[in-house]
Design a protein around this ligand. Sequence first.
Ligand code: F0G
Length: 458
Amino acid sequence: MELPFAESWKIKMVEPIRKSTREEREQWLKEANYNVFQLAADQVYIDCLTDSGTGAMSDRQWAALMMGDESYAGSRSFFELRDVITRLTGFEYVIPTHQGRAAENVLFSALVKAADVCPGNSHFDTTKGHIESRKAVALDCTVDEAKDTQLEVPFKGNVDINKLEKALEENADKVPFIIVTITNNTAGGQPVSMQNLRDVRRVADKYGKRVIFDSARFAENAYFIKTREEGYADKSIKEITREMFALADGMTMSAKKDGIVNMGGFIATRHQDWYEAAKNFCIPFEGYLTYGGMNGRDMAALAIGLDENTEFDNLDTRIKQVQYLASLLDEYGIPYQRPAGGHAIFVDASKILTNVPKEEFPAQTLTIELYREAGVRGCEIGYILADRDPVTRQNRFGGLDLLRLAIARRVYTDNHMKVIAAALKNVFDRRHEITRGVEIVWEAPLMRHFTVKLRPLG
Ligand code: F0G
């Protein structure tokens, strides 16, 4: 008999979690103004809000914490971290920051100015925010396939090379860099192929432009290249990451994802001029160059995390769990962005709550229903997150309306996946009875989804 697949680790420490009653959840939802960001974590049974900073560190990472060097300047932990990053990426210059958006803030302060155009594939919100707050444009050149959740293509996160070429043709003198997000979070944790990265490089070279990888989930991207792209099956993840980053000039990194630490980030580049320019912003915003925004111990743990999470077995365990959840949704006929992404399942709310008008936010309604059903907290990646158009102040209903179920790394078991899927199935089974959604009672002018106050209708 063939042995079944199993996790590539065993558990040394556990953290109790608590179920709640439907009555409790009803009360908590009301107190949270129907915004799951406003719930206390203790009111959540299984938390799929994000995979960011929620992963479980390994025994080696916890041991490394004790060995961290907290020297203000020249910390040994910094050099350990820098050496691992250089080994994985080929980038020689490294600046630690407290998280990914801080890396964006430091680097973009040096590179982006008003009226610039930064083309890329579905810029993450903070990336977009750091471009737009400098009065520049984040131009989305993602392939159109990403918009059809039911289309099964292997690299749905790719940059559309024709759109990119057109953007460069029209704006060449205004483009400070091209930014490629690997994996493409907003499009559903979808990977970008090595061929596409090569094509981006070719177009960049043609126009004399540099390329940044927003690398929050670069290791998962490498896993998909290995398992889906021809010619990579026999390469190690580390060989693949080296080959990927050889096609870029620099990276911003949220280490809270594929670095498997709870807080941290960095900038890395091969170009001294970028390093020198970024340094000027690192010191006032983040801290001195050999710690940036991080503790010595956190840099030590990150060095180990990066090394561990660029090993195939660790990634195989992780991605197979996300795929397992997807297989349960397949069994129940629940539509999601296909194929399953690296870090999350993005459930297609507009195909489920067909009786809820878009003005009443179907994905947010589904998020609330899932929490109400079983205390499972997902996150709306839809019309509320999309904010209003800055000029017309109208809601933006042009994109997808999804419920993201992000899976923390090395935290939940497959039994938890069964609970998530069953809870969603119960909501799915009564989907036709759900005819009303929510309305906004109060909202912030930007990034409203974190603090928005909602009221259920009907
Ligand atoms: N880039 C990508 C692709 C991200 O997914 C994130 C964060 C960031 C940059 C910013 O990094 O949070 O360390 O400042 N994504 C989280 C999420 C918040 O839930 O998807 P950060």
